[in-house]
Design a protein around this ligand. Structure first.
Ligand SMILES: Nc1ncnc2c1ncn2[C@@H]1O[C@H](COP(=O)(O)OP(=O)(O)O)[C@@H](O)[C@H]1O
Ligand SMILES: [Mg+2]
Length: 249
């Protein structure tokens, strides 16, 4: 299988000028994500997870290293090209949904298509239906539950058929039933729609839905776990075991 994403020796240092101590948020991180894969990134608070996603999203720039998406280097794109590339190739899901309050859920989902100058009509309806929220298209975010808003945010992230979906703690603000529903939908998107997903989480239950879990600590890649043929339960137990080993070490 092809690598959709290649991260090579990525480092990000904040501060360190004017006598202030530097923070090495990311320190020589390298890994690849295969086309169609569902990968979780786990790590304690402050380990660099959001920094990693922000750089992948093109919202922040690395201090060192290179990112290739579908073989194309971010570094070769100017600001405008990067924005266009991001609009067509990437989808984002944030912990706090980030829906626009003044637009309905349907209008929020249509936004990436409008920005990319594509006709939203049919595609929005299909995507809302895929997430089971087609009856909520005309509601505003405040008229929907947290779980429904997050499903709309997922619809918005995939409506333009991106190469890669990046999710930062997508279940972080959901109750456990809504979180489970969302993760089951991620699994369907991944397995049936072949959406490639890179999801940051600190929840081992959420991580156990992925094919592979990458652990980072203090900005460095510490270890990786493959699901292989294990049932979810066994994979979940291996994730817990790895987490406790990493905390001890
Ligand atoms: N904009 C920033 N300026 C300075 N330090 C930052 C900034 N963003 C993150 N950091 C620092 O980088 C480290 C990693 O942060 P972050 O990527 O948010 O971790 P995580 O998402 O794993 O909790 C932390 O020590 C954090 O304080
Ligand atoms: Mg974070």
């Amino acid at each position: 299988m092809n690598d959709i994403l290649q991260i090579k020796h990525l480092s990000k240092t904040y501060g360190g000028t004017g006598g202030a101590a530097a923070t090495h948020a990311l320190d020589d991180v390298s890994f690849a994500v295969r086309c169609g894969e569902f990968v979780s990134v786990m790590g304690p608070s402050g380990s660099g997870k959001t920094t990693l996603l922000n750089i992948l999203a093109g919202l922040d720039t690395p201090t060192h290293g290179e990112i290739l998406l579908d073989g194309q280097s971010y570094a070769g794109l100017d600001g405008e090209q990067l924005a266009a590339f991001r609009r067509s190739q990437l989808g984002f899901i944030f912990q706090d949904y980030n829906l626009l309050d003044t637009l309905t859920l349907g209008e929020n989902v249509a936004l990436p298509l409008l920005l990319d100058k594509r006709d939203p009509a049919l595609r929005v309806q299909q995507t809302l239906a895929l997430l089971g929220i087609e009856t909520l298209a005309d509601r505003f975010p405040y008229q929907a539950s947290g779980g429904q808003q997050q499903r709309a945010a997922v619809a918005r992230a995939i409506v333009h058929d991106p190469s890669l979906v990046l999710a930062d703690e997508p279940t972080g603000n959901l109750d456990s039933a809504s979180a489970k529903l969302l993760l089951q939908q991620f699994a369907v998107l991944n397995q049936q729609m072949r959406v490639t997903i890179l999801m940051v989480t600190h929840d081992p239950q959420a991580a156990s839905y992925a094919d592979r879990v990458i652990f980072i600590k203090d900005g460095q890649l510490s270890t990786m776990l493959e699901r292989g043929l294990q049932p979810s339960r066994a994979f979940f137990t291996s994730i817990l075991d790895t987490l406790s080993t990493l905390e001890e070490g």
